[in-house]
Design a protein around this ligand. Structure first.
Ligand SMILES: NC(=O)c1ccc[n+]([C@@H]2O[C@H](COP(=O)([O-])OP(=O)(O)OC[C@H]3O[C@@H](n4cnc5c(N)ncnc54)[C@H](OP(=O)(O)O)[C@@H]3O)[C@@H](O)[C@H]2O)c1
Length: 297
């Protein structure tokens, strides 16, 4: 049966597109914005989400609560939800963490939620926010994972990976390593090409050698002025996951370094509607003029 009311924490770019898709299928979307930025509050309003006055209200009224924040906020959100559940005396809440976090973080979230007897689903999202309901897939794992299939009735694409908490997180982390790795590599090489006056020529050659590849990464690069900080956090989750399993990631720390350098330019303004603007060439030009990768001596 479809969910009637879904709580979303928070209405960032992904939350916005979830809220819009749910609302278009008649699902009421609730959110809690205390402590959130002005742009997030505005986005919640634009998405048609109802802001409730307390977290206790959100967890009491929702059939499902979805966490789509930044990786560093995932545990904090789960802890607040757990506290609110105890306060509200609610025992059976279905809680989906769909953030790009490590499997260790997912298991910590499970521990945080267990005193509140919530039903935890480890999840992740593959595909862009704008394509939710149009190709973007929500992966889930854990004993309760199949229950989020009810989102299919609201236009979501759901795939269950397995019965263990941590499977969906590990899957996302490995996937994120590829997408963010490509973004980092392309930014570095294209800034170099721009410096050498060969940008158009190398883009043509990349297209000839790897048809469609630059096009596939271009819109993600254009989103870096806004999302580089969050994506750098994802690479940190990847590093920690490898380390936890006795492996040493070499590419991910390098990607994280490029993404952190971009985030430090502070060159982006988040949109109030979850829309993305800009294109590859404009973004590269912006990075170039802000001195990205410029040696400081
Ligand atoms: N965007 C995509 O295309 C995409 C694709 C795949 C997966 N995802 C996943 O979706 C999640 C969200 O991504 P996004 O692009 O929507 O990020 P985003 O646009 O940066 O939005 C993050 C939202 O989380 C809020 N937030 C940050 N810390 C919080 C906390 N401690 N408690 C509550 N809310 C908090 C932010 O509020 P403030 O404005 O107040 O900071 C903002 O509303 C990420 O885990 C990401 O891996 C996104």
């Amino acid at each position: 049966m479809a969910f009637q009311r879904v709580g979303i924490l928070s209405i960032g770019e992904m939350g916005y597109h979830w809220a819009r898709l749910l609302a278009s299928h008649g699902v009421e979307v609730l959110t809690y914005t205390k402590g959130r930025s002005e742009v997030t509050c505005k986005r919640a309003e634009n998405a048609g989400a109802r802001s409730v006055p307390s977290m206790a209200r959100l967890v009491s009224q929702s059939d499902l609560v979805v966490s789509v924040v930044v990786p560093s906020g995932a545990k904090r959100v789960a802890a607040k939800v757990a506290k609110a559940l105890v306060k509200a005396g609610r025992k059976d809440l279905l809680f989906l963490d769909a953030n790009a976090t490590s499997p260790m973080t997912a298991r910590e979230i499970e521990r945080l939620l267990s005193p509140a007897s919530a039903h935890f689903v480890d999840g992740c999202i593959i595909g862009s926010a704008a394509k939710v309901g149009k190709g973007t897939v929500v992966y889930a794992s854990g004993p309760q994972a199949a229950r989020i299939r009810a989102l299919e009735e609201s236009g979501f694409s759901i795939r269950v990976l397995g019965p263990e908490i941590g499977q969906a997180s590990a899957f996302k982390i490995v996937y994120a390593g590829l997408t963010k790795g490509l973004q980092g590599l392309f930014v570095e090489l294209l800034i170099g090409a721009r410096k050498f006056g060969l940008l158009d020529e190398i883009l043509k050659q990349y297209e000839e050698s790897f048809p469609g590849l630059v096009g596939k990464v271009a819109s993600s690069i254009a989103a870096l002025p806004v999302h580089a900080g969050r994506r750098a956090e994802e690479m940190d989750e990847l590093n920690r996951t490898f380390h936890h399993h006795g492996l040493e990631a070499i590419m991910a720390p390098a990607t994280q370094k490029v993404l952190k350098s971009i985030a430090s330019l502070d060159a982006g303004t988040a949109s109030e509607t979850g829309e993305r603007t800009g294109n590859l060439l404009e973004t590269l030009e912006l990075f170039f003029h802000r001195g990205l990768l410029q040696k400081k001596d």
